[in-house]
Design a protein around this ligand. Structure first.
Ligand code: C5P
Length: 226
């Protein structure tokens, strides 16, 4: 299991300082909407100078197939290690993306977001007219058949996805509160033990790390535990 740290901080300098604090640790860095929209490629380049971190660019793309394939090709050229899209963009979009990326000499892992971890069951049903587990089964089957590498999901769907696809199909699980911290706006949260039992391949931890007094210590404790 790998630790992916969400760099959702409020300025370029804070992100760069956090990377300096975490230098040398075996972590992935997740750059999401806030940081990428504000700082763009400049942030990736600056952090790359600090250490040989792996990057997950979490932009959760959702558009028509051709636009998504174009966008994913551009992201692949940024030399990041993982990108993601919304599974609800559908099979044609996923297939166009994978076909396009297959023409490159190197491509990032591509994951599909199933159901956001901030949804609880009733909120999800109101929007999608089906329960989370059914939707996740459907999304993961389509994503797997389209050649994607895995899913973004809550810990509680990780095993189900692997059972429905194959055990090497990656699950990346946000909503992790390693040591029972505040769940913030997340609804389907889980601790490290639960993530392990459910065979999560990547756990994503943001606020419990970057809002802590000593982010490096929390990361070290998580790494020791996983
Ligand atoms: O601070 P926290 O640990 O809740 O951060 C979780 C991160 O994972 C955020 O960057 C959020 O955008 C992202 N994420 C999520 N749920 C998903 C997909 C991504 O929380 N389903």
């Amino acid at each position: 299991m790998k630790l992916c740290v969400a760099f959702d901080l409020s300025s370029f300098d804070e992100c760069v300082n956090l990377a300096k604090e975490l230098k040398g640790l075996d972590i992935w860095i997740k750059i999401g909407l806030r940081s990428y929209l504000r700082d763009g490629v400049r942030l990736l380049e600056e952090i790359k100078k600090i250490d040989d971190f792996k990057f997950f660019l979490d932009l959760k793309l959702y558009d028509i197939p051709n636009t998504m394939a174009d966008a994913c090709e551009e992201l692949a050229r940024l030399d990041v290690d993982m990108i993601n899209i919304h599974a609800s963009a559908g099979q044609r979009a996923m297939m166009s993306i994978m076909e396009r990326l297959s023409k490159l000499s190197k491509r990032p892992l591509v994951l599909a977001v199933s159901a956001l971890t901030s949804f609880d069951e009733s909120e999800f049903i109101t929007l999608y007219n089906q329960d989370i587990k059914n939707a996740v089964c459907n999304f993961s089957k389509i994503s797997y058949e389209s050649g994607l590498d895995g899913m973004v999901c809550s810990v509680y769907e990780s095993l189900l996805i692997k059972e429905n696809t194959c055990k090497n199909f990656i699950t990346l699980t946000p909503g992790i509160r390693p040591f029972k911290e505040d769940s913030d706006d997340q609804k389907r949260v889980a601790n490290l033990q639960c993530a392990k039992e459910n065979l999560s391949d990547f756990i994503v931890v943001g606020r419990p790390i970057y809002k802590a007094q000593d982010p490096r210590k929390i990361c070290e404790d998580i790494l020791a535990s996983i």
